[in-house]
Design a protein around this ligand. Structure first.
Ligand code: AMP
Ligand code: ZN
Length: 138
């Protein structure tokens, strides 16, 4: 499954240059051209799926098993204190490229990346109500 106007499909097909980190038949990993920190890496399935839940389970498992290995390499190579794995799904969630991808973002203590995490508390009874709603959608 390849989408003609998709930049990541073109990368997977070797039609657009990438700074490659890793490649096999299923997965491509390359450096993000707009990094949040040095070593910011993107991991994609070569096939085109828009969102996480569009990707068949088995393929997602194969991508996921590469993800840990690549994340470790990024952390070691960048001597970072940690990393975030981020997957934006949908425009509202910040997905600009509509081809499933995982960001691996090296992090260092006090680096200020993702400084704001707007957490709040549920009002009484709301947490169970929401959990039940999600369970019904499974
Ligand atoms: P997202 O907002 O989750 O869709 O992230 C898309 C990411 O793709 C951004 O961080 C971009 O910097 C990155 N990106 C877009 N075009 C390229 C490209 N040609 N090479 C490498 N990274 C890219
Ligand atoms: Zn694509």
């Amino acid at each position: 499954m390849i989408k003609n106007d998709c930049i990541f499909c073109k990368m997977a097909a070797g039609q657009v240059p990438v700074t490659k980190i890793y490649e096999d038949e299923i997965v491509l990993a390359f450096l993000d051209i707009g990094p949040v920190s040095d070593g910011h890496t993107l991991v994609i399935p070569k096939q085109h799926f828009e969102k996480l839940h569009d990707c068949p389970q088995q393929l997602l498992g194969q991508v996921g098993s590469c993800l840990g290995r690549i994340a470790r390499a990024v952390e070691v190579a960048m001597s970072s204190d940690g990393y975030n794995v981020l997957c934006n799904n949908g425009r509202a969630a910040g997905q600009l490229v509509e081809h499933l991808h995982f960001h691996i973002i090296p992090r260092n203590s006090g680096d200020g990346v993702f400084n704001r995490w707007p957490a709040y508390k549920y009002q009484q009874g709301k947490i169970e109500e929401i959990a039940a709603k999600i369970r019904r959608s499974l």
